[in-house]
Write a new protein. Structure first.
Length: 198
């Protein structure tokens, strides 16, 4: 399969790229230092990405910046970081990518446990995650040609210990659990599902 991994230079993206390249052709996409540098907050940059790649079989996204910080300092401008990044960035990967993906291909986006289990300092991520999950459910009933779409929704991951203090009492998701959440979306028959790899 020809698989695009967006956010390939981050913690999750590096791991998934390494695992999936053992079996498939991987195209690494990130804002810098990748096969194709792309700003997912820019529609023209996403269009350029797909023009370069052409047809593909699957897209995995583990990208999407959000604002992390105290509620008291949250402003409209700060909040738009998550709206333009994690929400619209991922949504536009699908809206534009649907014209390039092969029949029976699949999209897998990233959301997170913050959708239903908010934590201090993460209001922006909670809102963006919820929007992504709503989009996945809606897109699943409209995408044609057998194209599937799902989201993987992990809690804090084991390889990001810097975030552990923000998630008190949460058992971190292992990288292998994360991988198999994406495998379920990639190789299963499910669509419109929010996959919780824990």
């Amino acid at each position: 399969m020809k698989i695009i991994i967006v956010g390939a230079t981050g913690t999750m993206g590096k791991y998934l790229s390494h695992e999936f390249e053992k079996e498939h052709e991987i195209i690494r996409v990130a804002s810098k230092k990748s096969d194709i540098n792309t700003d997912i907050t820019s529609v023209s940059s996403i269009e350029n990405l797909f023009n370069q790649i052409g047809s593909f079989d699957a897209l995995l996204s583990v990208a999407g910046p959000t604002y992390v910080g105290p509620w008291k300092t949250l402003t409209d401008q700060m909040f738009r970081k998550g709206i333009e990044g994690k929400m619209m960035g991922q949504i536009n990967l699908v809206l534009i990518g649907q014209h390039y993906i092969n029949p029976k291909g699949s999209f897998t986006l990233i959301s997170g446990a913050l959708t239903c289990e908010p934590q201090l300092n993460f209001a922006n991520a909670s809102a963006a995650n919820g929007a992504v999950e709503g989009f996945v459910r809606a897109a699943a009933i409209e995408l044609d040609k057998g194209i599937r779409i799902n989201a993987v929704s992990p809690t804090v991951i084991e390889d990001s210990p810097q975030y552990f203090p923000y998630f008190p009492g949460e058992i971190p998701v292992t990288m292998k659990q994360l991988e198999y959440g994406f495998r379920k979306s990639l190789f299963g028959a499910n669509t419109g599902e929010i996959i919780k790899p824990y």
